[in-house]
Ligand binder design. Sequence first.
Ligand SMILES: *[C@@H]1O[C@H](CO)[C@@H](O)[C@H](O)[C@H]1NC(C)=O
Ligand SMILES: *[C@@H]1O[C@H](CO)[C@@H](O)[C@H](O)[C@H]1NC(C)=O
Ligand SMILES: *[C@@H]1O[C@H](CO)[C@@H](O)[C@H](O)[C@H]1NC(C)=O
Ligand SMILES: *[C@@H]1O[C@H](CO)[C@@H](O)[C@H](O)[C@H]1NC(C)=O
Ligand SMILES: *[C@@H]1O[C@H](CO)[C@@H](O)[C@H](O)[C@H]1NC(C)=O
Length: 508
Amino acid sequence: MAASRLLFSLCTALAVAAAAAAATDTLKQGDSLTAPATLVSSPSGVFELGFHAPDPARPARLYLCVWYRDTQPRTVAWVANRVNAAAAAAPSLTLTAGGELRVLDGAAKDGARMLWSSNTTTRAAPRGGYEAVIQDSGSLQVRDVDGTVIWDSFWHPSDTMLSGMRISVNAEVRAQVRGPPERMLFTSWASDTDPSPGRFALGLDPANPSQAFIWRDGNVPFWRSGQWTGLNFVGIPYRPLYVYGYKQGNDPILGMYFTYTATNTSLQRFVVAPDGRDVCYMVKKSTQEWETVWVQPSNECERYGACGSNAICTVVQDGKAKCTCMKGFKPKLADEWNAGNRSQGCVRNPPLDCQVNKTGDGFLSIPNVKWPDFSYWVSGVTDEYGCMNTCQQNCSCGAYVYMTQLTGCLHWGNELMDVHQFQAGGYALNLKLPASELGFTYRSLENSRNSICRGAICFVSLSLFMVEAWKKYQRCSAQKLEEVKTFIYQISAKCWHAGYLTFDSFRR
Ligand SMILES: *[C@@H]1O[C@H](CO)[C@@H](O)[C@H](O)[C@H]1NC(C)=O
Ligand SMILES: *[C@@H]1O[C@H](CO)[C@@H](O)[C@H](O)[C@H]1NC(C)=O
Ligand SMILES: *[C@@H]1O[C@H](CO)[C@@H](O)[C@H](O)[C@H]1NC(C)=O
Ligand SMILES: *[C@@H]1O[C@H](CO)[C@@H](O)[C@H](O)[C@H]1NC(C)=O
Ligand SMILES: *[C@@H]1O[C@H](CO)[C@@H](O)[C@H](O)[C@H]1NC(C)=O
């Protein structure tokens, strides 16, 4: 009896030793991983999972981390026990029968303190049990023998976004999880050597998941991606990485989400740095070192609300912001504005015509901008004209944008927050203005009191339209027809508007 037990423990010891010698990517249920042993992803060995001390000055503070195996110095992509560092010489990772991962400060048999848990609980362990596997993508998964994933580190990121990750408002829940639903946030480290949660976090805006934000101290907006247009984020000037890297999707449980896929290499990552910037790194082929390829915010206009509301931010030299009230607006507090304090932004001056019981409000197109925050999508509107018309008829609507088949119709209220105007790129915003602020066409029509002018304008525009439409029709694809339709509406909206103004000034 005693002999067989001895034999058994000997066998176990040998098996563990063998497992430690040959790199494995799997932790079986009931086993534990104790520093300095690690798991290595297969088949390519890109990532390694183990205990690591990120602060060289404090080598005893150990964290369960996923890091790149081949880059020096060690680059960490995920941390489990961010809040509680291990202090015992040999912390351990275990996988329970219920499929829960636990990080302990010591070994389980010694009754060690639990530092972190994946908090997954399943009613019954499946036949064959669970296993935890580190993959070449960098994801640590808990799954049953059939391959059903019940927990994935990609659903609970640290500060790093890797290729293949999804970003959604809530963390993905496939198994029962203790506690309230978790927001999915990429939270910065406290400092370069301290993985405990820092001041900045990146995630999707729960009120409008088509935008990503970086918040400071929980809820102060620090950076905004701008709305997703279907191809890219409006606030991020053209970058191949972005244009091809992000795809939008919809999930019945998660709602809108984005997936990020690196174009060419798995050695590419986005990190929310301790100072709040989102940095994209790529491994340079020649030196095998990380190179910064993209940073946001990288100038003052990319900082959220740099000029306050209803103002336009343009970048002058050295990334400094130049703030200008939008046309038809003036600083709310002139003294503070002139002294460089833009926090109060700008207010309408003069008011909209609809605010003083007049008609005549029209729209001015502001080109190359990052659309303001607080947009809302208007359902049931399928063309530019309808989008403009619904905004014109609602005195609380301050601006609109229509993009065929992508975002559709967006409206804003009368607070236009965080507008950044680019040298090139970006999109146009149609700002509502009273007739007195609108340009040459409307003004001259209003003054001329001449309906012949209206007729002439309509005739010229319609002729131009016919030519344009014919040109487009000849290259006729189904997609072009949609553009033609939009064009008709734009022209008829202009005619309608010009005609209306003329009629209105006649009446007065
Ligand atoms: C697990 O649940 C406990 C208790 O609800 C909570 O304090 C802890 O933060 C959770 N851990 C994770 C990783 O969510
Ligand atoms: C992808 O990588 C290959 C080999 O390194 C390179 O030749 C190619 O230009 C890359 N393509 C893109 C789109 O970066
Ligand atoms: C800017 O103006 C606001 C509103 O008057 C004020 O509360 C704030 O303290 C000012 N900020 C600075 C830096 O002066
Ligand atoms: C606009 O008209 C309404 C109803 O006729 C009236 O109650 C309101 O005082 C008017 N507002 C202005 C600013 O003239
Ligand atoms: C008018 O706009 C406001 C805010 O911009 C919105 O809350 C309201 O629903 C709109 N009203 C109509 C009738 O569309």
